[in-house]
Design a protein around this ligand. Structure first.
Ligand code: RIB
Length: 293
């Protein structure tokens, strides 16, 4: 069983053929709303790959809250521990253009989770094979969750995204840390590659299509990504994290687990929306070359 503690957002997506300059108005060719939020995305990625997934988070009492809960349930994700709070759900304003995205998140209900209430989820966390977190919910909630998992010997993946809330204390408590290059730079400075050596088999830096890097205790390892035609890169990192959680919870060897996560992430960018392209396990196995894992 995997538990995800994290954000649940409605993504308000606008596509345009170029990012507008400051003060400029540009025309778009698409507007739509799709479920997102780094926490929910990671939960969906893990569920599609066959794990039993429980979500801890919060949505508002608005119509988005209904839709977001229904979406998670449709993916067979357990939502008993998702609370509903007065007010609006989290939203992400996503601008798609030039093969990339720019995102502004308004946390809404996500920021009404409190550290104190994590005590009520202690047995849920203690009985998990893996607990996955990101940084779109209040930092004290992350701290408390890491402490509880640490006490119970439950492995954790902390995806420090966005990295602005990252504190050094997380380095000792989280089992695995999975920043992308930008986040790694915010955490460790420009020479983040040196930091890999301080956290062997724990710090994994994702490098987009090129794959992921870590230090295995004696050598630097780059696990190559999979070349693909990207339609929408939103949620690729979340897919990586959900898939990595599944693989490590199944005790897959570390390098295999990272390769599995790379394959899942490469598939996720081939369709529109953060969750739209997240693959089923069989698709990942095909991308890996039909190898049994
Ligand atoms: O990682 C992508 C996600 O970031 C989006 O779904 C959006 O909700 C933001 O949280």
């Amino acid at each position: 069983m995997i538990t995800v503690v994290g954000s649940i957002n409605m993504d308000l997506v606008v596509r345009t053929n170029r990012f507008p300059k400051q003060g400029e108005t540009a025309l778009g060719d698409l507007y739509t709303t799709v479920p997102g939020g780094k926490g929910a995305n990671q939960a969906v990625a893990a569920a599609r790959l066959g794990s039993e997934v429980h979500m801890i988070g919060a949505v508002g009492t608005d119509a988005f809250g209904d839709e977001l809960l229904a979406g998670l349930k449709a993916e067979s994700i357990q939502v008993n521990n998702v609370k509903r709070v007065e007010g609006t759900s989290g939203i992400a304003n996503i601008l798609l253009s030039e093969g990339d995205n720019r995102i502004i998140v308004v946390p809404g209900a996500n920021h009404q989770l409190t550290a104190v209430e994590m005590k009520a989820f202690e047995s849920q966390l203690a009985n998990s094979q893996m607990v996955i977190m990101q940084l779109e919910i209040p930092i004290p909630v992350i701290q408390r969750t890491l402490e509880i998992c640490h006490q119970h010997g439950v492995p954790t993946i902390l995806n420090p995204a966005p990295a602005t809330g990252f504190t050094d204390e997380f380095l000792s408590y989280a089992t695995y840390l999975t920043p992308n290059e930008t986040e790694a730079e915010e955490m460790f400075g420009q020479d983040w590659e040196a930091a890999l050596e301080q956290y062997p088999n724990r710090l994994i830096v994702t490098i987009g299509q090129k794959g992921a890097r870590y230090f295995d205790g004696s050598r630097h390892v780059t696990v190559e990504g999979f070349a693909t035609e990207a339609v929408d890169t939103t949620g690729a990192g979340d897919t990586f994290n959900g898939a990595l959680g599944v693989a490590l919870a199944e005790s897959m060897p570390f390098e295999e687990a990272v390769r599995f996560a790379n394959a899942a992430a490469s598939l996720s960018v081939e369709k529109f929306g953060a969750q739209g392209g997240m693959p089923k396990r069989q698709e990942v196995l095909v991308r890996l070359g039909g190898r049994e894992l």
